[in-house]
Design a protein around this ligand. Sequence first.
Ligand code: E4P
Length: 221
Amino acid sequence: MEIYLDTANSDHVEFANRYPFLDGITTNPSIIAKESFEHKEIMKHINEKVNGKIWMQVTEEKADRMYEQAMELKDWVDHPVIKLPMTEDGLEAAYLLREKNIEVNMTLIYTLSQVVLAAKANVTYISPYIGRLDDQSLQGQQFIQHAKEIIQSLGASTKIIGASIRTTQVVSDLARFGYDAVTVPFPILKKMFHSPLTQEGLTAFQEDWESYMERTEIHKP
Ligand code: E4P
């Protein structure tokens, strides 16, 4: 499963850089808006730090303008994925970009009929927003299971990237059930490393080691 970090924060990007097995960085306009630098500067900085795919979202609303913006964004980084909203214009622009062999992601996916159209267009990725679906009692994990079935039935190569992740449990479930990709916010990535039991065990090991070292110090000839 591909794992991305959903951030544009330079400290988070530095952290991700320590783990080259991570697959890249995803962004959206709200994530960029948390930062103080110019969009292009942020993306170029991320590109210097990260080897994987870097996802950037268009902000234009009409298909031709989205296409033009995407053609500009793609040149900012080495391995771009262009995020487009799942709208009439977004899917039109996505198809044009696919014809140029540019990887595209339909974002803000909330219905299975949107999945049908995106899979029919054979876009590279779709992002169902699992957390936001759950917020509306729309059963995010059941939704992506049905989305997977649709993609398989249509014979599309479209990958599902689980987005809007609120818990580490969802990440483990996606991995367990063979989903293609997930993007996690920084706090969730940090939580994935840790367990209080690991820390407790480590503290006990350290205390035992220190006491052993003190004893052997005493018995030194
Ligand atoms: C990813 O494509 C989305 O931008 C992101 O995961 C949304 O997450 P949120 O619902 O926590 O804002």
